[in-house]
Ligand binder design. Structure first.
Ligand SMILES: [Zn+2]
Length: 147
């Protein structure tokens, strides 16, 4: 077994510890680093799962990328794609809803595309979610070339 981040080999105990706490197989150092990212940014666990699935798919994602104003859950910088994981819709306030839309508008003006992915899509259809994001990435790439 190897760490999904650095490829370092990990033993069974470390595998269990990282799978139980994060749901991704990571070495001790990366388990610690990811836990710190979660504590600092209130990152949803689905963002961690999606981040490593996109990394596996060769999409070069960045976790909790600072865009100058706020931290984006996942960014694919070469095509200026921001991915936000939507939490529980029933818990979002109306202020949050309009502020999310304003954030998306400001990013768009700066050339960034923001997509919001419901956490349930990642929890139940991780592979399909990754395939759809790869499709969006190639669509954005084609648009960048066209300009
Ligand atoms: Zn590692």
């Amino acid at each position: 077994m190897t760490c999904k981040d650095c490829g370092k080999s990990i033993d069974h105990l470390q595998y269990r510890a990282s799978m139980d706490s994060l749901g991704v197989q990571l070495c001790e150092r990366h388990t610690r680093l990811i836990k710190k990212v979660i504590l600092d940014n209130d990152t949803p666990p689905e963002a961690i799962h999606l981040f490593y699935a996109l990394k596996d798919a060769g999409a070069y994602p960045m976790l909790e990328w600072w865009d100058g104003k706020k931290s984006v859950d996942i960014a694919i910088s070469r095509v200026k794609l921001n991915i936000e994981i939507d939490r529980d819709y029933s818990r979002i306030t109306h202020e949050q809803a309009i502020s999310d839309l304003e954030d998306a508008m400001h990013s768009f003006k700066n050339g960034f595309t923001t997509i919001r992915i419901p956490h349930l899509a990642i929890a139940y259809y991780l592979e399909d979610t990754v395939q759809n994001i790869l499709g969006i990435i190639s669509g954005l790439k084609a648009n960048i070339k066209a300009i």
